[in-house]
Design a protein around this ligand. Structure first.
Ligand code: 2AM
Ligand code: CA
Ligand code: CA
Ligand code: CA
Length: 275
């Protein structure tokens, strides 16, 4: 795909994210229709669905041949089919629990892949007006300013980010806690959670924190943000220290390879069913 075409697709992704962002802004302070999905802590609202429909309609209109994977159009517990074909990967609201509570860390995520490799990504927080984007080889940007990941190489001087996740089965939660314990006794300077996996990754891209690990997330949570971290000269790995696997439901991101590898070495693995 040529650079011109990639620019066109990036523009479309930005436009879609901004339009969906308007729906989020107009709905966040109002009463919401909330439904649960796989558990009482896995939520969806009519705005998640409306945003996804808006984005999918716009993409299909211009690129009817492209494949689309969207969180709210994916049948619960079904496998995701990420093929070599041009594919849009959409999370209409990342941080739905935050959205429900009016907590201002929510983002529209739109990634685009070819041959299972992410070529561009847009992550837009319309509440705090932060638009992150990147395309392959073009650097990463926040509101038109170039961003760079941190240079920190010392885990004991690092600020980390991770999430508890929506799956609260006791045996799983025990491993999540074990991981938090490992890093807190390391000790790193602190561990933060925004409630949006994509915005956590973007904070790494921006150099506001040094390392991030997540388990239980889906391809739409980290496709767009992973290229933003890489283009900000950060490192994105699988928890096994190998290359990131978009369907493995887990990711490690950091400003430096040293921190990324040290996070991998300290993690107890949590095995969720692959996407
Ligand atoms: P969502 O708001 O789009 O559902 C919170 O832990 C963050 O992880 C959010 O970005 C949330 O996305 C995402 N997430 C989704 N499903 C998850 C799961 N099963 N376990 C952990 N995190 C999940
Ligand atoms: Ca969700
Ligand atoms: Ca998400
Ligand atoms: Ca979502």
């Amino acid at each position: 795909m040529s650079q011109e075409n990639l620019d066109e697709l990036l523009n479309l992704a930005v436009q879609c994210a901004k339009e969906a962002g308007k729906l989020i802004v107009s709905a966040i302070n109002k009463e919401k229709k909330i439904q649960t999905k796989t558990s009482s802590t896995d939520l969806v609202t009519e705005t998640d669905k409306a945003c996804e429909e808006l984005i999918v309609t716009k993409i299909k209109d211009l690129y009817p041949d492209h494949d689309i994977i969207g969180e709210e159009s994916t049948v619960l517990n079904s496998k995701v089919h990420l093929t070599s074909r041009p594919t849009w990967i959409i999370d209409p609201i990342d941080g739905t629990t935050n959205f429900v509570h009016g907590f201002p860390y929510v983002a529209v995520c739109i990634g685009f892949s070819i041959k299972q490799k992410v070529k561009l990504g847009v992550v837009y927080n319309p509440i705090l007006n932060r638009l992150y984007y990147a395309k392959e080889g073009g650097g990463a940007f926040l509101n038109s300013q170039r961003i760079e990941a941190s240079q920190c190489t010392d885990l004991t001087k690092s600020l980390l980010i991770s999430e508890w996740g929506s799956n609260r089965k006791p045996e799983r939660l025990k491993k999540v806690q074990e991981n938090f314990n490992n890093f807190l006794t390391c000790p790193c300077h602190g561990i933060r959670s925004t409630g949006s996996a994509a915005l956590n990754m973007c904070l790494i891209a921006e150099g506001r924190a040094d390392g991030n690990y997540e388990f239980g997330i889906h391809v739409w949570d980290y496709a767009a943000s992973s290229i933003i971290v890489e283009e900000a000269n950060g490192v994105v790995l699988d928890v096994t220290s190998g290359s990131v696997d978009l369907l493995a439901r887990r990711v490690v991101a950091a400003g430096t390879k040293k921190i990324a590898l040290e996070i991998c070495a300290n993690l107890v693995e949590i095995q969720d069913e692959r996407d």
